[in-house]
Design a protein around this ligand. Structure first.
Ligand code: SF4
Length: 703
């Protein structure tokens, strides 16, 4: 079977063989050497991805909750039932009383269709998705600075020739391990590698210089670096003059930047900030990459803009081995945000508030422009609207918001207030557990469709196995339900390719233009967007001649100070959260892969032994972790290399081990990204009055 890993944004392709040994099935994954992105590599998640597909816990029939129990219900009744419930809610409370919540792992076709389903079949403005928590800060910063949001401005193959690389708040070694060799090769070729991260990670071990910044203070490092670059005459005046606007504001702000102060704020000594600035400023070529460490803050948008300032000031963009990249997390984090499942967007990265854009999409969909809703609210704000009773019914597809949202305790309680909740998933996730109705969806081995990887390369994933029992593809679920709601003629697709061909037209002329990409063109290898016609080869490097703003110029942004919540006597530690190599997102799939679970069966709290001593905590002991928002339980793991004022916990578990129970709902005002990366907390040994049962803490896989 030729397939590709369903997890992270690299989308590594592989050959998966299945053999039967007596009664047992054995799968073997072999990486595809011809894959231009992974170049023949797979990480442990890709090798074991098939395990969740064959897991005995798969939901393979529609399940209706009756008397508190899920019972099978035939598909014939399902759509009528949903339509009746949604109609009743909408006639009493209005169209916007239904919320739709999607995911960044959906194929482009399904993400596109979910947006169309919400706007055409449900006529609700309330649609958003979990990608809000992944890429919104970098996406909004890229749009504002360059006029376009594509994760990487260049293809990965240019990385080995860069002379200086800054990796800010990104742990590629654990999160996108198969692209690490690009950076190793760059180092071998003489590149100076700078990692900015509070933790020592597999990525920081590659660094020539590791700036162990305080969580949330990355922009102080960036601004200190810009000050040095400017004062040492390392800015690229010609580039600034010809290709950018607003440098004067930045120059003015630089006067107020005091290096000693930046060092004190960030915890990074002046000499290290200077060394980083000189290395990047003097290098002939270079890249800056950011990820969630910089982005998941209440000022994530502004943090990213500070790093883009460095790129623009040195003119390291729009040419070979020079550029900026936001390393996407989710499998289709890039494509998922381009085609309309975001509250403010229409396909092709069009704006739902732009009249011309609205008219174009309304024509493609064959509806009146006036019937299209305006923009709704962001993912977490949807949950607040549920809590407040403004949203009374919800349709959740490929997402587990009970675990992934900040303020998870409120989110869980809010969803329980809904009059009607439909969840489309492969498993009874922490969110599906709360549903009135669960609809069984197909897996990556069964569902055909395109994904857009972290480079902006659109690739085709083919279906290789039949769907089990009564499971349906997400697009079939949407098509059939739209039909029952009375919109059959708008959703008459027979295949994912049909949907893609409509998406091509819907994206035509938009910023994310897929019009020239066809299934036939990408059966062997993907194509970078924008690709405006079928003779176009795609655009692997952006901005060679011009940026996308009207005058072709990129924009600087005023220098900002980091704004982070101050720790206090009651909550003196900085909690930062993130990923493990073994797991993906909220772990619904990877916790059901026996090999992955064996390697990481529960979350561990990384804590410095000196910090643990202060709190009377032993290594390997269960710890109560508290913020004013809530409490969770986690086992400690002593880590000499973490800052003493910082602790780290992964976010792949639910229930008592859900780290988002303690995360406050502080949202970035520009992009509504929650501040997952820094939260003031305290810890204490768990006092076991009522011992927790094992299965409260460890989710066993069954396959
Ligand atoms: Fe590749 Fe990412 Fe899957 Fe690992 S998780 S195999 S890096 S796509």
């Amino acid at each position: 079977m030729s397939t590709q890993c369903p997890y992270c944004s690299v989308q590594c392709s592989m050959e998966l063989t299945e053999e039967r040994i007596i009664t047992r099935k054995r799968f073997k994954a072999k990486p595809n050497k011809l894959d231009p992105t992974s170049q023949g590599r797979l990480c442990m998640k890709g090798v074991n991805a098939h395990q969740h597909v064959i897991n005995g816990e798969r939901v393979t029939h529609p399940l209706l909750k009756i008397d508190g129990e899920f019972v099978r219900v035939p598909w014939e009744l399902v759509n009528e039932y949903i339509a009746a419930q949604f109609n009743e809610i909408q006639s009493e409370f209005g169209n916007d009383a239904i919320g739709v919540y999607g995911g960044g792992s959906l194929t482009n076709e399904e993400a596109y269709l979910l947006g169309k389903f919400a706007r055409v079949a449900l006529k609700t403005k309330h649609i958003d998705y979990n990608g809000r928590f992944c890429m919104s800060a970098a996406a909004s910063a890229g749009n504002a600075a360059f006029g376009i949001d594509r994760g990487l401005t260049n293809s990965l193959e240019e990385i080995p020739d860069a002379k200086c690389i800054i990796l800010a708040g990104t742990n590629i070694a654990d999160c996108q391990p198969t692209i690490m060799p690009y950076f190793r090769k760059a180092k071998k070729n003489g590149a100076f590698i700078i990692v900015i991260d509070p933790r020592v990670t597999g990525t920081s071990k590659l660094a020539d210089l590791h700036l162990q910044v305080k969580p949330g203070m990355d922009s102080s490092v960036a601004n200190g670096m810009l000050k040095v670059i400017y004062e040492k005459g390392l800015i690229n005046k010609e580039f600034i003059e010809n290709r950018t606007n607003d440098f004067e504001t930045v120059k003015h702000d630089l006067d107020s930047i005091d290096l000693e102060k930046m060092a004190a704020l960030s915890g990074v000594p002046v000499d290290q900030i200077t060394q980083a600035a000189l290395a990047y400023g003097k290098a002939e070529t270079g890249f800056i990459f950011t990820a969630r460490g910089v982005e998941q803050h209440a000022n994530g948008y502004e943090n990213v803009r500070q790093f883009i300032n460095l790129v623009l000031a040195t003119g390291k963009i729009g040419k070979y081995a020079c550029g900026y990249g936001a390393i996407t997390g989710q499998g289709n984090g890039q494509g998922g945000r381009e085609h309309g499942q975001k509250a403010d967007q229409l396909p092709g990265y069009r704006s739902i508030e732009n009249d011309e854009h609205r008219k174009y999409i309304a024509d493609v969909w064959g509806v009146e422009e006036t019937t299209l809703p305006r923009k709704g609210v962001s993912a977490y704000e949807l949950m607040e609207k549920v809590d407040e009773g403004e949203i009374q019914g919800m349709f959740i597809m490929a997402s587990n918001p009970v675990v992934s949202n900040p303020n998870a305790i409120l989110v869980e309680k809010a969803l329980q207030k809904l009059k009607f909740l439909v969840v489309v998933d492969m498993f009874i996730s922490e969110t599906a557990r709360l549903a009135d109705l669960i609809l069984p969806s197909s897996s990556y081995l069964e569902d055909e469709g395109t994904m857009t990887n972290l480079e902006g390369r659109v690739v085709l994933r083919q279906a290789e196995r039949p769907k089990p029992d009564e499971a349906k593809h997400d697009w079939e679920i949407l098509r059939d339900l739209a039909g029952t709601l009375g919109y059959q003629s708008y959703f008459s697709y027979e295949s994912a390719e049909d949907i893609f061909n409509e998406l091509r037209i819907a994206s035509k002329g938009g910023i994310a233009d897929y019009y020239g990409i066809t299934y036939n063109r990408i059966r062997e290898q993907g194509i970078f967007w924008p690709c405006p016609d079928e003779n176009h080869h795609g655009t692997s490097r952006l901005f060679d001649d011009t940026f996308v703003h009207g005058d072709g110029k990129a924009l600087f942004y005023p220098l900002q100070r980091a704004i982070v919540e101050k720790s206090n006597e009651s909550y003196p530690l900085s909690l930062t959260t993130g990923r493990l190599m073994e797991h993906y997102l909220t772990g619904v799939q990877t916790r059901r892969s026996s090999e992955l679970l064996k390697r990481a069966k529960e979350p561990l709290l990384e804590v410095h032994p000196d910090t643990a001593f202060r709190y009377n905590i032993q290594d390997g002991e269960l710890v109560e972790l508290r913020s004013p928002q809530g409490t969770m339980v986690i086992r400690s793991k002593f880590t000499e290399t973490i800052r003493k004022d910082t602790i780290f916990a992964p976010f792949h578990w639910g229930d008592s081990q859900c780290i988002n129970r303690v995360i406050k709902p502080l949202l970035d005002p520009f992009c509504k990204m929650p501040a997952f990366k820094v939260c003031s907390v305290t810890i204490s040994p768990l006092i076991v009055k009522n011992p927790l049962k094992n299965n409260d803490l460890v989710h066993e896989a069954v396959d």
